[in-house]
Design a protein around this ligand. Structure first.
Ligand code: 13P
Ligand code: SF4
Length: 322
């Protein structure tokens, strides 16, 4: 019905109609709908599975669906395609990038690796398929410490592209890492000064932070972890108030999990238009674009097979570690 209206050029549907049409097309086309915690609440509510980067990669790997519809950013949908070459992977907006992935253009990364041929290359999953293909092993924020600890002592290691996650892993493992100079523009926009004021106002609050944050924030944190680790912490810890230093989308699932607890998003710098931290790339996905992607079977992730195979080798090494 909606599809017919669309092809006749009718106006945008109501959110309710969009949700109904998305659910119907998901069933008819045998689609699994995966979403990251930073997506909007309405997208998270519609998804079959919501998770952090590691859990989403594992869910994509387990999938038996014909189509994987990925509400996240480009490198996440690419990861799903790397693991599922025979399935169609749709990303509602192909422009949903990531400042970390963009900080490591493949040709510059190749030149950097050529300068350090003896190093083991560990790349954070927030990078392009080409960079994954040049890496020995991939990690996520959930398993970066484990991945680095799995490398035999004495082997020199390159860690790319997030220098803050890399520095955190360096502190946790005691290993010397050669860091690529990339940052997540969202996590570096969290203001340490405003955070200090907030901690003064709520002395009983626990500060929880994503390891993409700079060290001055992580040093103050009661818990550092991936989005799913932050979610588990607010559920399990007896504290009643938490300041959450990561992208604000995670607050949706957190508040559902602990409706009686107070969750305060960490403040961004003054020049930010919103008080909390929002990833502009993650928020490019909308219900409307999800609907269009299902209707048209595009935009689709397409990868060169030779790149995909090499990227898969590095990803599977990570997945074997868990
Ligand atoms: P995780 O959900 O894996 O912690 O990653 C956070 C992030 O910034 C993804 O882009
Ligand atoms: Fe990339 Fe940061 Fe956005 Fe995550 S939050 S997708 S790391 S820019």
């Amino acid at each position: 019905m909606i599809a017919e209206q669309r092809s006749q050029g009718s106006k945008v549907q109501s959110p309710f109609e969009l949700v109904e049409a998305i659910q119907r097309m998901k069933r008819e086309k045998n689609v699994v709908f995966l979403a990251h915690y930073y997506q909007t609440p309405e997208i998270q509510e519609l998804a079959d599975f919501v998770g952090d980067s590691l859990a989403l990669a594992q869910a994509a790997d387990r999938s038996k669906a014909d189509i994987i519809l990925f509400a996240g950013v480009h490198f996440m949908a690419e990861t799903a395609k790397i693991l599922n070459p025979k399935r169609t992977v749709l990303l509602p907006d192909l422009n949903a990038g990531c400042s970390l992935a963009e900080s490591a253009p493949p040709e510059k990364f190749r030149a950097f690796l050529d300068e350090h041929p003896d190093h083991v290359v560990v790349s954070y999953i927030n990078c392009s398929a080409e960079v994954k293909a040049m890496s020995d092993i991939i990690c996520t924020s959930s398993n970066a410490v484990r991945v680095v600890n799995s490398i035999p002592p004495g082997k020199p290691i390159i860690f790319a592209p997030d220098k803050h996650l890399g520095a955190y892993v360096q502190r946790m493992t005691g290993r010397e890492l050669l860091l690529w100079d990339g940052v997540c523009e969202v996590h570096v926009d969290i203001s340490a000064n405003k955070l200090k004021l907030l901690l003064g106002k709520y002395p009983e609050a626990k500060l929880i932070a994503h390891p993409e944050c700079p060290q001055e924030i992580l040093d103050e944190a009661d818990h550092v972890g991936s989005t799913s680790s932050l979610l588990s912490y607010v559920k399990d810890d007896p504290a009643q108030t938490f300041i959450v230093a990561t992208e604000a989308g995670i607050l949706h699932k957190m508040q559902q999990a602990v409706p009686h607890k107070k969750l305060i998003p960490a403040p961004a710098h003054a020049n930010n238009t919103c008080a909390c931290s929002e990833c502009p790339y993650m928020k490019m996905n909308t219900l409307e674009k999800v609907y269009e992607a299902l209707l048209n079977g595009s935009p689709e992730i397409v990868l060169e097979e030779n790149v995909r195979q090499r990227a898969e080798t590095a990803l599977r090494r990570m997945m074997q570690l868990g």
